[in-house]
Design a protein around this ligand. Structure first.
Ligand SMILES: [Zn+2]
Ligand SMILES: [Zn+2]
Length: 115
């Protein structure tokens, strides 16, 4: 038997912080915002209640770069007693923070890292 239920669980994009002070690690522009995707039970396009709250992540409004890690982790140096990771980590030439590989811009001071 079928019945038609005009509603269901749908994702909702929630912007939790519209502007973050850090520049984007991919394009260097200050367009980062914090978002999360909630799952909302809706009926006739009205939200009834939030079923689950998504994990916040950061997304750049300018280049669509996204990171699930908080900015504090972007430049965190590994503890000195641990062996170095095999992947090389870049250091910002200006503020000297250790950065994750693949960053084109320092997310702390906005310096271009791409040569
Ligand atoms: Zn960007
Ligand atoms: Zn820097």
């Amino acid at each position: 038997m079928f019945f038609f239920f005009v509603g269901g669980v749908s994702p909702r994009l929630v912007v939790t912080r519209a502007h973050l002070p850090q520049p984007c690690a991919a394009c260097g522009r200050e367009a980062l915002r914090e978002e999360r995707v909630d799952h909302v039970l809706s009926l006739f396009f009205l939200d009834i209640f939030t079923l689950s709250r998504g994990t916040p992540y950061l997304r750049c409004g300018a280049c669509d770069w996204a990171s699930t890690e908080p900015p504090q982790l972007w430049g965190q140096a590994p503890p000195p007693q641990l062996p170095r990771a095999s992947a090389p980590t870049a250091c910002c030439p200006v503020c000297a923070r250790a950065l994750q590989p693949g960053f084109a811009f320092c997310p702390f001071c906005g310096t271009s890292l791409g040569g």
